[in-house]
Design a protein around this ligand. Structure first.
Ligand code: IVH
Length: 703
């Protein structure tokens, strides 16, 4: 490439035009087509080159200069569909022990003996994307992707082009939502990629990406030309049950005209499940489509109902994943990334290698100890072999997880390779990076003065599960941050008032017109009204994940109640503290992290500025109208005989009660089984209503 100083004006003009086109296309590929076609490094290189030429030839700066650009406007996109019944994911089992534990957990929850019959279904886990099809009076009226599980995209027109999906069905319940997986066969995938190559279009990395890209086309005629298929394996809202067992429901779906997987069968217990898993694994290579494991489900639907759900996964099903895929390649560099909590994470840069059909060029190295050959407990791994830049390393990838470096081949280590010196200084803000005793991670102490932490916090804030603002993704946040337009979450909500006047500044950037800029501001305004649980998760407080945020929000209900509790709990003792650690799923570490975040003056001020912009919705448990225990705090103690403690607790929570581990003045009901001790005594002293198990069941069953 020519040095900028030696470019003629004509050459500079031509190169600026090329760069504007290339960067514009890259932005569209990234933001609108979910298919990045440049690596981040290449994208940055082009942007730098463009800026250099513009600096040398300021008069040649184009109206659509990439320097002025904040990503690309979001795709006009699909309308949103709120799922009546959430689309959940599955927890994973990786070995026989996990499968045995899954069975044991279920038996324990249901109070079943080890010898009691318990039948499961086992079926392939299809590696595609899930789709929910809604039929009303036998007519396909809507098709929606999973999205974040609660809200998906309306892809009805596209689903209608898929042959496997019936448009009309006979003798079905009035309302029937059929769920299953859209996928592409190996043969169709190869043929599609050949066509892509012939047309000069980018080939897809694997059949799943091809299926996802094909289903999410704005023009359904493009989807029609893509050979998509569908297997039904579950259902959402239904006006009448399909059957009394899982296998019966699958047979019924098949009779209604849906393709169901022929390898689905019932199994009595873990050893039969694992045997079927092995049979499926043996056939994996010849099935003609990708599968990444076997899904086990409790067969009896009334037991599924009793088992219910954790926050994002059913208790009655699990995905037994196939073993990871491996490949060897050269480690070219170790980079350090700084996350939103200041954690310094080492990332392996690899000579690109294909692992299980996907090209991998980055992998996680976890932390300092992992590089030096120790696990999180300080025990030796890889026979103590450390990992060095230049090493020949084994890359390991399982399903969707970030690839890891599993091993090192010392016979191929270059003579000049040196042990990796993990930095003690944050590479982003030069603050000290300290490692507390017992913590595997080294953290930058810079807090919000560290640009990496600030930007990662912002990215988390706008992510799915958090504020999820349409048109404001990671790329745009980075750009707005580097321009100084947004430095903390509250700034997002003042963007229109600060920069919206005539929309001049935003709409002058390429990719943003008046419409998309207005859309962005509108999308931001739409999220001013936010459920408490999402706000809590969005704050990005260490250890506080999505599931915990839901539980905490349900416990406190409103922002003022939550905020007051955090202020009262600062001493890490007393009733407010006990109440916090009594929340299901909140342990000491998480509780301390929450309380500390609210006690830290700068963080607190930033939260206050944000909250002033919002209308925070109260968190209520669903469908508890008429429940006699809604909003009541219940404590279980002693032995329960009709169900396990876990089931009792889950049932109470489903009916809107808060279940706490300790008796206090806030307790409304104590359910005391045989053997109840100090809690029953305390409840009596406080005059709290006390019921035995039958009394409790009568109370909730009457509802
Ligand atoms: S059952 C409530 N069965 O795997 C549980 N899921 O990791 C509903 N998947 O989101 C899911 N094959 O997209 C089920 N035979 C199968 C499946 C399957 C693939 C996908 C599905 C789900 C994901 C969870």
């Amino acid at each position: 490439m020519k040095d900028v100083n030696s470019l003629s004006e004509a050459e500079a003009r031509a190169e600026l035009a090329e760069l504007a086109a290339a960067l514009g296309a890259a932005n569209r590929a990234y933001h609108q087509q979910d298919a990045p076609d440049l690596t981040d490094a290449e994208y940055d290189r082009l942007k730098r080159r463009n800026a250099e030429i513009e600096a040398q030839f300021p008069d040649l700066k184009r109206d659509d200069s990439p320097t002025e650009q904040v990503g690309a406007a979001p795709a006009e996109g699909f309308s949103k569909v709120r799922h009546v019944v959430a689309m959940l994911s599955l927890s994973n089992a990786f070995d026989v022990e996990d499968v045995n534990e899954f069975d044991a957990r279920i038996r324990k929850y249901l109070g079943l003996h080890t010898e009691a019959d318990l039948t499961y279904t086992a079926e392939p886990k299809i590696d595609g994307l899930s789709l929910s099809l809604r039929y009303e009076n036998g007519v396909l009226v809507q098709a929606a992707t999973r999205g974040d599980g609660a809200v998906g995209e309306n892809v009805t027109a596209n689903a209608r082009t898929i042959n496997d999906i019936p448009k009309n069905i006979e003798s079905a319940p009035d309302v029937l939502e059929v769920r299953g997986e859209v996928y592409m066969s190996h043969a169709d995938f190869e043929a599609l990629n050949t066509r892509q190559n012939e047309r000069g279009a980018k080939p897809f990395a694997n059949p799943r990406n091809a299926a996802a890209g094909s289903l999410r086309q704005l023009d359904s005629e493009i989807t029609r030309g893509r050979p998509l298929r569908f297997f039904a394996y579950a259902w959402g809202e239904i006006s009448a049950p399909l059957a009394v067992t899982q296998i019966g429901a699958i047979e019924r779906l098949n009779a209604l005209g849906f393709a169901t997987n022929p390898l689905t069968q019932t199994c009595d217990g873990p050893s039969e499940l694992v045997a079927h898993y092995q049979t499926i694994e043996e056939q994996r290579a010849t099935l003609g489509y990708d599968i990444d494991g076997v899904v086990y489900k409790v067969n009896d639907l009334s037991l599924q109902e009793r088992l219910g759900f954790r926050s994002t996964t059913p208790r009655w099903a699990i995905a037994h994943k196939f073993a990871a895929e491996l490949a060897w390649t050269r480690l070219t560099a170790i980079d350090i990334q700084v996350g939103r909590t200041g954690a310094l994470s080492p990332v392996a840069r690899l000579h690109p290698v294909t692992v299980g059909g996907v090209v991998v060029s980055n992998a996680t190295l976890h932390n300092e100890d992992y590089i030096s050959g120790l696990d999180s407990k300080g025990e030796v791994i890889r026979d103590g072999k450390d990992i060095r830049v230049g090493d020949w390393v084994q890359v390991y990838r399982a399903g969707d997880v970030i690839p890891k470096i599993a091993d090192v081949d010392l016979t191929k280590r270059p003579d000049d390779a040196v042990p990796f010196a993990f930095p003690h200084i944050c590479p982003e803000c030069q603050s000290e990076a300290v490692r507390e005793t017992g913590d595997a991670v080294r953290r930058c102490v810079g807090g919000l003065i560290c640009p990496a932490q600030a930007v990662e916090k912002l990215k988390h804030f706008v992510a799915r599960g958090a504020f999820d603002i349409e048109g404001l993704g990671a790329k745009q946040v980075e750009q707005f941050y580097s321009d100084g337009w947004i430095t903390e979450p509250a700034d997002i909500f003042t963007l229109r008032s600060r920069y919206g006047e005539g929309l001049q500044q935003l709409k002058n950037r390429e990719g943003w017109g008046e419409k998309s800029a207005t859309n962005l501001f509108d999308a931001i305004d739409e999220k001013r009204k936010i459920p408490l649980s999402r706000l809590l998760f969005a704050l990005g407080i260490r250890h506080v994940g999505e599931a915990a945020s839901n539980l905490i929000a349900l416990h406190y209900g409103t922002w003022p109640a939550f905020e007051a509790a955090m202020a009262e709990a600062t001493g890490l003792e007393g009733p407010a503290w006990d109440d916090l650690i009594g929340v299901d799923g909140v342990g000491q570490v998480m509780a301390q992290s929450l309380v500390n975040a609210f006690a830290e003056p700068r963080e607190r001020a930033s939260i206050d500025r944000l909250v002033a912009q919002l209308d925070i919705e109260e968190s209520k448990r669903a469908d508890t109208a008429g429940s006699p225990v809604a909003g009541k705090t219940v404590v279980f103690t002693g032995t329960l005989e009709k169900m396990s403690r876990a089931e009792a607790k889950a049932r109470a929570e489903r009916m809107g009660a808060k279940v706490s581990g300790s008796v206090s003045a806030k307790t409304d009901i104590l359910v005391a089984g045989p053997g109840a001790g100090s809690k029953a005594k305390k409840a009596a002293e406080l005059g709290i209503e006390t019921l035995d198990e039958d009394g409790w069941l009568a109370l909730i069953d009457g509802a």
